[in-house]
Design a protein around this ligand. Structure first.
Ligand code: DX5
Ligand code: ZN
Length: 244
Protein backbone atom coordinates (compact mmCIF):
# COMPACT_ATOMS: atom_id res chain seq x y z
CA UNK A 1 0.00 0.00 0.00
CA UNK A 2 1.37 3.44 -0.83
CA UNK A 3 2.05 5.80 2.05
CA UNK A 4 -0.57 8.16 0.66
CA UNK A 5 -3.20 5.47 0.47
CA UNK A 6 -2.30 4.47 4.02
CA UNK A 7 -2.80 8.11 4.98
CA UNK A 8 -6.34 7.88 3.66
CA UNK A 9 -7.17 4.92 5.83
CA UNK A 10 -5.79 5.93 9.21
CA UNK A 11 -7.76 4.31 11.98
CA UNK A 12 -8.73 6.97 14.50
CA UNK A 13 -7.81 7.89 17.15
CA UNK A 14 -4.35 8.25 15.65
CA UNK A 15 -1.25 8.86 17.75
CA UNK A 16 1.11 10.88 15.55
CA UNK A 17 4.66 10.64 16.92
CA UNK A 18 6.79 13.77 16.49
CA UNK A 19 10.33 12.81 15.54
CA UNK A 20 11.55 16.08 17.06
CA UNK A 21 11.72 14.12 20.31
CA UNK A 22 13.64 11.21 18.75
CA UNK A 23 17.35 10.56 19.15
CA UNK A 24 18.72 12.05 15.93
CA UNK A 25 21.81 9.86 16.21
CA UNK A 26 19.49 6.83 16.08
CA UNK A 27 16.58 7.99 13.95
CA UNK A 28 16.14 4.68 12.14
CA UNK A 29 16.11 2.78 15.44
CA UNK A 30 13.49 5.13 16.90
CA UNK A 31 11.34 4.89 13.75
CA UNK A 32 11.42 1.08 13.98
CA UNK A 33 10.44 1.26 17.67
CA UNK A 34 7.52 3.52 16.76
CA UNK A 35 6.44 1.16 13.97
CA UNK A 36 6.56 -1.77 16.38
CA UNK A 37 4.51 0.21 18.91
CA UNK A 38 1.78 0.63 16.28
CA UNK A 39 2.44 4.04 14.72
CA UNK A 40 0.39 4.61 11.55
CA UNK A 41 2.01 7.94 10.61
CA UNK A 42 5.01 10.10 11.60
CA UNK A 43 5.02 13.86 12.27
CA UNK A 44 8.03 15.82 11.00
CA UNK A 45 8.63 19.36 12.27
CA UNK A 46 10.36 21.67 9.81
CA UNK A 47 11.59 25.00 11.26
CA UNK A 48 13.25 27.92 9.50
CA UNK A 49 14.60 30.06 12.37
CA UNK A 50 12.37 32.88 11.10
CA UNK A 51 8.71 31.93 11.41
CA UNK A 52 9.75 30.16 14.61
CA UNK A 53 12.81 30.93 16.77
CA UNK A 54 14.48 27.60 16.15
CA UNK A 55 15.88 25.33 13.44
CA UNK A 56 15.22 21.62 13.12
CA UNK A 57 15.94 19.70 9.93
CA UNK A 58 15.27 19.98 6.23
CA UNK A 59 14.78 18.16 2.96
CA UNK A 60 17.77 15.74 3.13
CA UNK A 61 16.66 14.44 6.53
CA UNK A 62 13.08 13.93 5.33
CA UNK A 63 14.49 12.05 2.37
CA UNK A 64 16.56 9.88 4.73
CA UNK A 65 13.51 9.20 6.92
CA UNK A 66 11.56 8.22 3.80
CA UNK A 67 14.17 5.55 3.11
CA UNK A 68 13.69 4.12 6.65
CA UNK A 69 9.91 3.69 6.62
CA UNK A 70 6.82 3.17 4.49
CA UNK A 71 4.63 5.05 6.98
CA UNK A 72 2.89 8.21 5.76
CA UNK A 73 4.93 11.32 6.61
CA UNK A 74 3.00 14.27 8.02
CA UNK A 75 5.23 17.28 7.39
CA UNK A 76 4.50 20.38 9.49
CA UNK A 77 6.03 23.39 7.75
CA UNK A 78 6.91 26.11 10.28
CA UNK A 79 8.24 28.32 7.52
CA UNK A 80 7.73 31.98 6.56
CA UNK A 81 7.74 31.05 2.87
CA UNK A 82 6.27 27.54 2.61
CA UNK A 83 5.48 27.97 -1.09
CA UNK A 84 9.20 27.72 -1.88
CA UNK A 85 9.54 24.30 -0.29
CA UNK A 86 6.39 22.34 -1.16
CA UNK A 87 7.88 20.57 -4.18
CA UNK A 88 11.23 19.70 -2.50
CA UNK A 89 9.52 18.23 0.56
CA UNK A 90 7.06 16.29 -1.58
CA UNK A 91 9.91 14.96 -3.66
CA UNK A 92 11.67 13.95 -0.44
CA UNK A 93 8.64 11.84 0.54
CA UNK A 94 6.11 14.01 2.38
CA UNK A 95 2.52 12.69 2.20
CA UNK A 96 0.84 15.46 4.19
CA UNK A 97 2.07 19.06 3.80
CA UNK A 98 0.69 21.50 6.37
CA UNK A 99 1.14 25.26 6.16
CA UNK A 100 0.46 27.95 8.76
CA UNK A 101 -2.44 30.37 8.25
CA UNK A 102 -0.27 33.10 9.81
CA UNK A 103 1.91 33.17 6.67
CA UNK A 104 -0.81 32.35 4.12
CA UNK A 105 -3.99 34.29 4.77
CA UNK A 106 -5.26 33.00 1.40
CA UNK A 107 -4.02 29.39 1.49
CA UNK A 108 -6.04 27.97 -1.42
CA UNK A 109 -3.32 28.41 -4.07
CA UNK A 110 -0.92 26.54 -1.81
CA UNK A 111 -3.47 23.76 -1.26
CA UNK A 112 -3.86 23.55 -5.04
CA UNK A 113 -0.10 23.22 -5.42
CA UNK A 114 0.08 20.55 -2.69
CA UNK A 115 -2.68 18.56 -4.43
CA UNK A 116 -1.00 19.01 -7.80
CA UNK A 117 2.14 17.51 -6.24
CA UNK A 118 0.06 14.52 -5.09
CA UNK A 119 0.12 15.22 -1.34
CA UNK A 120 -2.59 15.92 1.22
CA UNK A 121 -3.06 19.59 2.23
CA UNK A 122 -3.22 20.69 5.85
CA UNK A 123 -3.70 24.03 7.61
CA UNK A 124 -2.20 25.01 10.99
CA UNK A 125 -3.08 27.77 13.46
CA UNK A 126 -1.09 29.06 16.42
CA UNK A 127 -2.52 29.58 19.93
CA UNK A 128 -3.06 33.37 19.55
CA UNK A 129 -4.67 33.02 16.09
CA UNK A 130 -8.49 33.14 16.16
CA UNK A 131 -10.22 30.00 14.98
CA UNK A 132 -12.34 32.13 12.63
CA UNK A 133 -9.25 32.57 10.44
CA UNK A 134 -9.29 28.88 9.42
CA UNK A 135 -13.02 28.12 9.35
CA UNK A 136 -13.50 29.38 5.75
CA UNK A 137 -10.96 26.82 4.51
CA UNK A 138 -12.24 23.61 6.08
CA UNK A 139 -13.63 22.46 2.76
CA UNK A 140 -10.34 23.12 1.00
CA UNK A 141 -7.95 20.96 3.00
CA UNK A 142 -7.99 17.53 4.64
CA UNK A 143 -6.21 18.19 7.91
CA UNK A 144 -6.48 21.02 10.44
CA UNK A 145 -3.70 21.26 12.99
CA UNK A 146 -4.46 23.26 16.14
CA UNK A 147 -1.30 24.28 17.97
CA UNK A 148 -1.51 23.97 21.74
CA UNK A 149 1.92 25.56 22.22
CA UNK A 150 3.74 28.30 20.34
CA UNK A 151 5.64 26.29 17.74
CA UNK A 152 9.41 26.00 17.79
CA UNK A 153 10.19 23.66 20.66
CA UNK A 154 9.12 20.30 22.02
CA UNK A 155 8.40 19.69 25.68
CA UNK A 156 6.26 22.77 26.36
CA UNK A 157 3.11 22.85 28.51
CA UNK A 158 -0.27 22.35 26.81
CA UNK A 159 -2.29 25.56 26.34
CA UNK A 160 -6.02 24.76 26.79
CA UNK A 161 -6.90 27.60 24.41
CA UNK A 162 -6.71 24.86 21.76
CA UNK A 163 -9.71 23.00 23.16
CA UNK A 164 -12.38 25.56 22.31
CA UNK A 165 -10.91 25.91 18.82
CA UNK A 166 -11.07 22.14 18.32
CA UNK A 167 -14.72 22.18 19.41
CA UNK A 168 -15.51 24.93 16.88
CA UNK A 169 -13.63 23.11 14.11
CA UNK A 170 -15.39 19.83 14.96
CA UNK A 171 -18.80 21.56 14.89
CA UNK A 172 -18.04 23.21 11.56
CA UNK A 173 -16.81 20.06 9.82
CA UNK A 174 -19.97 18.36 11.07
CA UNK A 175 -22.07 21.08 9.42
CA UNK A 176 -20.04 20.61 6.24
CA UNK A 177 -20.61 16.86 6.27
CA UNK A 178 -16.87 16.19 6.57
CA UNK A 179 -16.87 14.43 9.91
CA UNK A 180 -14.02 12.10 8.98
CA UNK A 181 -11.66 14.97 8.35
CA UNK A 182 -8.45 14.86 10.36
CA UNK A 183 -8.51 17.30 13.28
CA UNK A 184 -5.08 17.37 14.84
CA UNK A 185 -3.55 18.93 17.93
CA UNK A 186 0.15 19.58 18.52
CA UNK A 187 2.10 20.62 21.60
CA UNK A 188 2.10 19.32 25.16
CA UNK A 189 -0.19 16.43 24.27
CA UNK A 190 0.29 13.62 26.79
CA UNK A 191 -1.45 11.43 29.31
CA UNK A 192 -2.91 14.42 31.19
CA UNK A 193 -4.22 16.28 28.15
CA UNK A 194 -5.01 13.83 25.36
CA UNK A 195 -8.46 12.81 26.63
CA UNK A 196 -9.58 16.46 26.76
CA UNK A 197 -8.37 16.93 23.17
CA UNK A 198 -10.29 13.82 22.07
CA UNK A 199 -13.44 14.90 23.89
CA UNK A 200 -13.19 18.30 22.17
CA UNK A 201 -13.16 16.53 18.80
CA UNK A 202 -9.54 15.87 17.82
CA UNK A 203 -8.67 12.54 16.18
CA UNK A 204 -4.97 12.96 15.32
CA UNK A 205 -2.66 13.58 18.27
CA UNK A 206 0.90 14.79 17.75
CA UNK A 207 3.00 13.52 20.64
CA UNK A 208 6.69 14.19 21.04
CA UNK A 209 8.20 14.13 24.50
CA UNK A 210 5.22 12.37 26.12
CA UNK A 211 5.83 9.39 23.85
CA UNK A 212 9.51 9.28 22.98
CA UNK A 213 10.52 10.35 26.48
CA UNK A 214 8.65 7.47 28.08
CA UNK A 215 10.61 4.65 29.74
CA UNK A 216 8.54 2.07 27.82
CA UNK A 217 7.53 3.37 24.43
CA UNK A 218 5.17 0.51 23.55
CA UNK A 219 3.32 0.81 26.87
CA UNK A 220 3.06 4.61 26.56
CA UNK A 221 1.77 4.32 22.97
CA UNK A 222 -0.98 2.01 24.22
CA UNK A 223 -1.81 4.25 27.20
CA UNK A 224 -2.09 7.29 24.93
CA UNK A 225 -4.27 5.38 22.48
CA UNK A 226 -6.62 4.30 25.26
CA UNK A 227 -6.84 7.84 26.65
CA UNK A 228 -7.46 9.20 23.15
CA UNK A 229 -10.26 6.69 22.74
CA UNK A 230 -12.32 8.85 25.09
CA UNK A 231 -14.56 10.78 22.74
CA UNK A 232 -13.44 8.85 19.67
CA UNK A 233 -15.10 5.78 18.26
CA UNK A 234 -12.33 4.13 16.29
CA UNK A 235 -13.66 5.16 12.89
CA UNK A 236 -11.69 4.71 9.72
CA UNK A 237 -10.55 7.95 8.17
CA UNK A 238 -11.33 7.72 4.46
CA UNK A 239 -12.21 11.28 3.60
CA UNK A 240 -9.15 12.67 1.92
CA UNK A 241 -11.18 14.32 -0.78
CA UNK A 242 -8.46 16.28 -2.49
CA UNK A 243 -6.33 13.33 -3.42
CA UNK A 244 -6.65 9.63 -4.31
C1 DX5 B 1 6.46 22.22 18.19
C2 DX5 B 1 6.20 21.10 17.25
C3 DX5 B 1 5.67 19.89 17.88
C4 DX5 B 1 6.54 19.29 18.94
C5 DX5 B 1 5.63 18.64 19.95
O1 DX5 B 1 6.89 23.32 17.46
O2 DX5 B 1 5.27 21.51 16.24
O3 DX5 B 1 5.28 18.92 16.91
O4 DX5 B 1 7.44 18.33 18.44
O5 DX5 B 1 6.41 18.20 21.01
P1 DX5 B 1 5.75 17.85 22.41
O6 DX5 B 1 4.77 16.76 22.20
O7 DX5 B 1 6.94 17.46 23.24
O8 DX5 B 1 5.09 19.12 22.93
ZN1 ZN C 1 4.51 19.89 14.83
Amino acid sequence: MSALLQAATLKTPVINPSLLAADFAHLERDIKRLEEAGAQVLHLDIMDGHFVPNLSFGVPVVEAIRRCTDLPLDVHLMLSEPQKYLAPFRKAGADFLSIHIEVASEPRPLFDEICRLGAVPGLVLNPPTPVESVLPFLNDCDLILTMSVMPGFGGQAFDPVALEKIRRIRATVRELGRENMLISVDGGVGLDTIADCAAAGANLFVTGSALLGAPNLQARFEELTVQAGVGNSGKLFTDIKHKI
